[in-house]
Every structure is written in C-alpha cells, then in structure tokens.
Write a protein of this length. Structure first.
Length: 399
C-alpha cells in the first residue's frame, strides 16, 4: 500500500474536524505578507477552537481564522485578543503564567508575555520556510559531494552500496532544488512544547520539527535530526522529567530523543494507525500516545515497550491532559471524553450533553476541566463521584 493511500485509510474514520484538519495539510501555495490580523467578531466565541491552556488564573483558547480568546474569570466570560494572523491556530502552550506560545498553519508561531492578552508574531512561517529550503538544498549538495569523494576512494566491494546512496542523495538534491524554484509552502505546525522558558520544540506536517534555545526569538529547522525518511506528520510533542522527548506520528510511530533533540529514533508501538498526540504523566512518568478510533498506548519504560489500553472511547481522540495527581483525560470526536485515575489501567467514559467535537482541554483550580472544540468552549461535564478526590494542576503537564 503506497504512502498516500495508507494515510487516507488511517484517516477515514476521523470525520468532522479531523478530516478537514488533515486534508488541509495537502500542499497549497502561500506567500509572505504583511500581518493580516484576525477579524474581531462576536462569532469568535462560538467558532471552532482547537486548544486551550491555563496561564496562571487565565484561560486561553486558540482556533480557526487566528482566533485567540482569553478569560480572566474561569471561563464565564471571554475576550477576543488582537492577533496578527488570520490562519488557523492548532495548539497553545504556557510555560509560566505569563509566557506562552501558539502555533498553526503557514508555520506561524505567536508569543504572549502577559498571560494570553496580547500576542505578537514571533515566526513568519513562509519567510522562514524560504530560508529552510535554501539550507536543505545546501545540506543535500554537501552530502552528495561527500558521497562522491567516498565512492572515488572506496574498494570495489563497497561500490554497489555507495552507488545506491549516491542515487538517493542526487534525488534529494533535485527535490531540494525544485523547492527553490517553486512558490513557498510552509507546512502547518501541529503542536508546541517547552521544557523551560528558553528551550522548546514545535512539530508539524511532513516531518517538520523546529527547535528554539532562546525563548523563540529564533527557531531552527531540526527536521533532518528525526529518522523519518517518509516525512510522516509529527502531530504531537511532549517531554518527560528525565529529559526524554517524544513525537506522536502516523503509522503507529512514536519518535524519541534522549539527546535533547539532537537525534530522534522511531519506536515500534505495535500499532499501525495514526497517533494525534502524546503526553507524559507527571505522577508516574508513563508515556501515552493517543489517536485514531479511541486508541491509547502506554509505555512505562521510556518508550522501550508499549501496550494498548482499553480507553472505552469508540471515537478518535484529539486532545489530552495529565495532571500532577495522576489523572488522565482524553477528549475527541463527537464530544468523546474518557478519564483514568490509575495510570491508564482503567477508564471511565464521561457522557456529554452535546456531541460537538472536543479538541483541547485545560484543568481548572476547582477540580473541573474547560474544553474547546466545535462551537467554542464549555465546562466538561462529569459526575463528581467519578473523580472524587482529584485536584488537577493549574496547567497542562504536557500535550
């Protein structure tokens, strides 16, 4: 089965937003431009919001058309922020009550330094992609030249392997040079995660991985550091307390780095569908990858071994949260929500009054959860007896 058809098969059950979301990743032409601010409109309150995070006492949500909304009263009222992009924003992450980032289509990165009230464009994805294309062409040229020199000096027994490597390198250089002659396409960014206020990663479509070591003032292309020749979409990124980093991807693949992102290796999970996100429990250190058709896989040994869990969710899971008390909540298609308080050993479904899709979740100080999705934001409904004793942290541990 070829690569496109396998991706298409994996995404067929993910109707509604995720189909539109995934198919929006198909190549399109984009141009750099002056800031195009999101329209300020009352309809933003009920628009499609893809993610939410707590920023101290504030809640901040992002979504379609560049909408960012913040609440200073626990979600009772919302204010639309002035945002210098009008393209879809997919994920948001706050490392402190003041400092946070939002990422989305056209490879854009936004930053807020006041708890989500004001935002600035930190990375113009189209302009940055033009430079990345030049850098990739340069690396491909150097690699081809080095292989050519090796081939000239290599013994006859090694020539066949080197010829194959030369052919592959020549093809890679051709692709890179072709990109320089085409209008720039900046892949969408799907997730963002920071280990501290300086070091962070943003992952996205077609194997895109960005890294910053200076709080996002500059983002480097680290895509080539991932062992991902198929350029699988990198749908989620998260880190563990021991310094390990994880990327959720297609074809049941989770990538792991144990070198601060300098190299990423693919891990076999035993699953062959798509993972839409990854998170690490701050209570247990277990790693959870989640996605298509309610799939949740767990690793308790840093990604060496994986086991499927019975999430009880019959629909695809698009968002998740792990809190400091060990509570896990995954949300998704058709208003799906499922919770575990024993590190994923058992799950309880949380029936909702509406089947509107849920794509993001944030913990509230009172032990509840605010979610975002189709139609805006709302409190997650649950039977208090089900989660008695839980006390979620104020912000996402990972997403």
């Amino acid at each position: 089965m070829n690569r496109f058809m396998k991706r298409l098969r994996d995404t067929q059950p993910a109707t509604g937003l995720m189909l539109a979301y995934i198919f929006s990743l198909l190549p399109c032409v984009a141009w750099a431009a002056t800031p195009n601010y999101a329209m300020i409109t009352e309809k933003a309150l009920t628009s499609m919001l893809l993610d939410i995070a707590a920023a101290g006492d504030n809640l901040v949500a992002v979504g379609e058309r560049g909408h960012i909304l913040y609440s200073e009263d626990g979600g009772k009222t919302w204010v639309q922020a002035r945002v210098p992009v009008s393209t879809m924003l997919t994920r948001i992450f706050f490392i402190s009550p003041e400092l946070g980032w939002a990422v989305g289509h056209d490879g854009n990165v936004l930053v807020s330094r006041d708890g989500g009230i004001n935002w600035e464009l930190q990375r113009d994805g189209v302009s940055a992609q033009a430079q990345i294309n030049e850098e990739r062409a340069g690396r491909a040229k150097v690699q081809l030249e080095q292989l050519y020199e090796q081939a000239k000096a290599a013994p006859e027994d090694d020539q066949e392997d080197l010829d194959a490597a030369l052919e592959e390198a020549a093809h890679k250089l051709k692709v890179a040079r072709d990109a320089l002659n085409e209008q720039v396409f900046a892949p969408p960014l799907m997730d963002v995660w920071f280990t501290d206020e300086e070091r962070g990663w943003a992952s996205g479509a077609y194997g895109t991985l960005l890294h910053t070591s200076n709080s996002g003032r500059h983002w480097d292309d680290w895509s080539h550091k991932v062992d991902n020749p198929e350029e699988l979409h990198l749908n989620g990124v998260a880190g563990a307390p021991d310094g390990s980093l994880y990327l959720a991807s297609e074809w049941g693949t989770v990538f792991r780095s144990q070198s601060n992102g300098a190299h990423w290796e693919p891990l076999e999970t035993g699953y062959d569908g798509s993972f839409f996100g990854v998170l690490v429990s701050p209570a247990s250190g277990s790693v959870f990858a989640y996605g298509l058709l309610g799939t949740v896989y767990r690793s308790r040994d840093g990604g060496e071994n994986w086991e499927p869990l019975q999430s009880r969710a019959p629909a695809s899971l698009f968002g998740g949260i792990a809190t400091i008390d060990g509570t896990l909540v995954f949300v998704g298609q058709g208003g799906m929500a499922t919770m575990s308080r024993d590190d994923g050993d058992t799950f309880t479904l949380l029936p909702q009054a509406t089947r509107a899709g849920i794509y993001g979740i944030a913990a509230m100080p009172d032990g509840g959860y605010m979610v975002t999705g189709d139609g805006g934001s709302r409190l997650l409904a649950f039977d208090q007896a089900v989660i008695s004793g839980s006390s979620p942290a104020n912000r996402k541990a990972s997403q």
